[in-house]
Design a protein around this ligand. Sequence first.
Ligand SMILES: Nc1ncnc2c1ncn2[C@@H]1O[C@H](COP(=O)(O)OP(=O)(O)OP(=O)(O)O)[C@@H](O)[C@H]1O
Length: 817
Amino acid sequence: MSTPSPPQRQQEEKQSVSLSKKKNQKRKRTKHDPELERLDSLPWNSSLPNEEEEDDTFSLFIGSGDLDGGFLSLEEIDESDYGLDVPGAKKKISNKNSKLKKQKLEEVTEGSREDAEAEPEPEPAEGMAEEKNVKAKKKKKKSKKKKAKAVQQEDESATVIDSKDDEKEQMLYEDEAAAYAEFYAWNELRLHPLLMKSISRLGFKEPTPIQRTCIPAAAHQGKDVIGAAETGSGKTLAFGLPIFQRLLEEREKAANMLEEKGEEAGKYAPKGVLRALIITPTRELTLQITDHLKEFAKDINVRVVPIVGGISAEKQERLLKTRPEVIVGTPGRLWELMSGGEKHLVELHSLSFFVLDEADRMVEAGHFRELQSIIEMLPMTSGTTEGQSQDTQNCVTVSSLSRKKRQTFVFSATLALSADFRKKLKRGSLKSKQSTDGLNSIEILSERAGMKPNAAIVDLTNASILAKNLEESFIECREEDKDAYLYYILSIHGEGRTIVFCTSIAALRHISSILRILGINVSTLHAQMQQRARLKAIDHFRANEHGILVATDVAARGLDIPGVRTVVHYQLPHSAEVYVHRSGRTARASSDGCSIALISPNDSAKFASLCKSFAKESIKHFPLESSYMPEVMKRLSLACQIDKISRKDSQERANKSWLERSAESLELVVENYDSEEERVKNFKQKKASSNHLKKLQQELNGLLSRPLRPKTFSHRYPTAAGVTHLIQHQFEELAKQNGDDNLVLGENKRRKMVVIGQDCVEPLQALRSAGREVHMDVKERVEKRRNAESLRRKRKEEKKRLRDQRRKQKKQSQGRE
Ligand SMILES: Nc1ncnc2c1ncn2[C@@H]1O[C@H](COP(=O)(O)OP(=O)(O)OP(=O)(O)O)[C@@H](O)[C@H]1O
């Protein structure tokens, strides 16, 4: 073995130190810089010089042929380039490093040992000079030995420290590896490491079935996709991840090509161009999808922006000025801006993704025309693109043949509800009959949007379309008793978040007013509300663990709020699709939930046919404890009376103020022509009404100050067992109202302490433990209803006949007289 010379050794030592320094730096960077420095330096370049037309013409890089089939496999991506903690790779690096270190250490120690061994033995001394020489030599030898010893000690301690470091590192990597192993299920989807990083940050252990099926087709085969899967099954990421994957891959290829050419990364980089346009039917859904995608975009430096009505024009302008790559929007506002020539939105030649979420809703009246207009603005995807233009930023001419096709994604939970479309989904063919109604219009729109015939069709809905973990149930009651049953559900089973759906805004106002009088704090959401109020209502609902949202069908689709345990259909929706989407606000992702439909005799046939559309033969009766109903009815009757009086008062006040306001604007004086007597009468009436209102309120407050209890229940045994959240809240309110003194037991006050023994189980639990299945025979129900109607008609006719007969007889007798 050759002995390294001292300078060589120093160099090696330096190398070893710099190696460990680098390692530390890298560790620091990984820890402190999640945005990944290197990625920041990568160019985002959509128009780079074409290899063939290098000099003057440029091809549009995005979606250009250069990147065609440019789906990088994971092998091509070096995770260490991103500073990513991909355990397998790190482990290798770490092993390599420790081996290298070990080898170096061995060399150094061996070298110093050899050095010491190679030292010549001192010759015998001759005279003083010789003695001096010997001394000097001895000194030299001693200091050499000392040095060697010090080096050896240093080396030894370095070895100890490094081996400790290695152990720690090893343990760290093993932990990381274990953590990553949790996300192993994503490996087959070959997603970009940066996307994997977001996935692990969000803790999504495995892809959902729709993601597992759609991502390979969309991201790796570049196919268009039509996707149908149950509500809450993760459809947003099923189209979102392929978009990000392609953007990242293209970015990477662009950087590599530039590197090969030795070009400056930012040389041809234009400002961002629009790459993906995602259209959804409601503002709330738009904002939610934006937030969801932004969570992923955080790590990859892609801008996602919402375009919805209700956002101020200035803010919208500001958002568009950032030239986002991904835009999520509602058709109305999008079209308004596009038809107004908004620059970023009309430069659609670079669009690589066109997505219709909740597609079946989008083709309904109200959206169809705007959507059609937007689609007409899209450039053709097949054939030549001659005459089409050119990137405004860098005068880039689109090379006619090299353009990569735009991908179209169409998603919904209820695409498969139409028998016609279901057949097509099953057949896997989309050849349409060219009609313009119903689901065929989705096909027409998709075709016009450039959907290719070889689109991947993914239908993961089961026969019932509804989410697997959803328990459905119903309560049969009279129309006028719906409020009472709703109050019963919310007060007896008021656990977890609940959404109450109505079809009309009038019904929504009625319910929310009654519930508020009954001391239940509800949020409301309907289409006539201002956007800010709508968002506030959702925030309020989201913030309260046991929140109640009363909403119209504007909240039926897409709203993703965790912890919604119950959906109540106060009124049945107009279609089976809406029923699915409403019910789908609960039992999302892997959680469960229940739906309760309040069914009046008038709803019965409709409900039966709904069940038929979901291939349901039986459905559970929601279990009710009838002993609570007398008290529920009493409270409700008081609340209804209070509501009636308050409405009348506020109506009068509104009318009066309107009259006064109008008179004031016309500079008129409103004279009161009422006589003194009338005025006194009015005054007395008002006073009586206000006294009555006060009395009702007092009575209701008295009832509300104690928890709801069954009629037969003894109130002799105070206990805290079974206290629901609502009761707890009532207690707290009561305590606040009466002050601490009330809690001190006194003869009077003890009567105010009430017995609580009601079920505090949430509706799903109650349903599972006691729900009775009822066979839903549609024919039988329709027949029943028909019979009842014909009986009523016959009775009416009989009555009319008798009346006519009597009238005739009367006339005859008058004539005779
Ligand atoms: N792989 C996953 N693992 C766990 N949770 C996920 C996964 N993918 C998505 N989610 C979560 O599941 C929830 C529902 O996702 P998403 O809103 O995309 O459902 P959806 O199918 O679009 O529902 P809807 O049809 O009602 O609009 C979201 O909160 C989302 O964060």
